[in-house]
Design a protein around this ligand. Structure first.
Ligand code: PBG
Length: 332
């Protein structure tokens, strides 16, 4: 559709911006707590919360505290929580066996949230990095991040998460063939209703820095993730990967990071019309918080503007560390 507009002064576009009432009538998009998926960090122990220094306002919580936080978030109208483990160093190994341990902290957190708030959707992260001694999302053999052996491990990890009660599996590893392998394993093991939200277009981004601090992977990572995560220069490749993941059985797809990649979100929505999510990642969050702490920007306004822009770009929802704060504002 081509936009048409009468010549001035027949058209005075400012007419519809005159008052809050008229602006609200012509507003094209809206934001609600139902648009948010809240990523949280879980650690060992009980009764404790500790701040993540590079992400002001974000905490690592023990399993019991995660359950409490989930209850609160659900009461605010946030439908889903996404669990990321901070794995103790001694449980990080070359064979990553902790990743599919039914009782690892992520799986314990899934169970705790499902017990505390059965109606809340629990999303997971599938990748080996929290359990890998070298910080990579896949197994490393002679310096190479190997694909097929990693996919086998990711399938075991997926099944353990589904057994623990996960509603949404979130493969963030960027290996090839993983969605199909996970989907058929879930079908075979009686988990037909477990959904897959694929991190289909996940870029090799420096915006993940604070997250790697939060999960304790910063020091661990040897080299970079450029052989599996996408090149930030590429847009068309994202569409091919989305198509591939949909063909293999992904129910929903994600673009990550968020704000610098809104053009990709728009292309994905226009091309496929499928449930499309963006991840407003740790570095985006940290930049907004840092600007606000310095008094350089109005943190609340920038937060709400950034979240609304995801909706305008075609996203159905956003993974955001701001979820509870933004939900509280939206609820008044
Ligand atoms: C791990 C994973 C990462 C993020 C989510 N899952 C980091 C990475 O790929 O190195 C980043 C999230 C964020 O920055 O907020 N597979």
């Amino acid at each position: 559709m081509k936009p048409t507009i009468a010549p001035f002064p027949a058209a005075r576009p400012r007419r519809v911006r005159q008052t809050p009432a008229i602006r609200s009538m012509v507003r094209e998009h809206s934001l609600s707590p139902a648009d948010f998926i809240w990523p949280v960090f879980v650690r060992d122990g009980s009764g404790e919360e500790e701040p993540v220094p590079s992400m002001p306002g974000v905490k690592r919580r023990t399993v019991d505290k995660i359950a409490d936080a989930a209850k609160e978030a659900y009461a605010l109208g946030i439908p889903a929580i996404c669990i990321f483990p901070y794995t103790p160093l001694e449980q990080r190994t070359e064979d990553c066996a902790e990743a599919w341990n039914p009782d690892n902290i992520a799986n314990r957190a899934i169970r705790a949230v499902k017990d505390a708030v059965p109606d809340m959707a629990v999303m997971t992260d599938v990748a080996l990095d929290p359990y890998n001694i070298n910080g990579h999302d896949g197994f490393v053999e002679n310096g190479e991040i190997v694909n097929d052996r990693t996919v086998e491990a990711l399938v075991k990890m997926t099944l353990a998460q589904a057994e623990a009660g996960a509603d949404i599996i979130g493969p963030s590893d960027m290996m090839d063939g993983r969605i199909g392998a996970m989907r058929s394993a879930l079908e075979a093991e009686g988990h037909q209703n477990v959904t897959i939200l694929s991190y289909s277009a996940k870029y090799a981004s420096a915006f993940y820095g604070p997250f790697r601090d939060a999960v304790g992977a910063s020091g661990a990572l040897t080299g970079d993730k450029n052989t599996y995560q996408m090149d930030p220069a590429n847009g068309n490749e994202a569409l091919r990967l989305i198509q591939r993941d949909l063909n293999e059985g992904a129910d929903m797809v994600m673009v990550k990071p968020g704000m610098p990649y809104l053009d990709v979100c728009r292309k994905v929505k226009d091309t496929f019309g499928v449930p499309t999510f963006a991840y407003q990642v740790s570095g985006e969050y940290a930049m907004i918080q840092a600007g606000a702490q310095n008094g350089w920007i109005d943190g609340q306004k920038v937060m709400m503007e950034s979240l609304m822009c995801f909706k305008r770009a075609g996203c159905d929802g956003v993974l955001t560390y701001f979820a509870p704060e933004a939900a509280r504002l939206l609820n008044g």
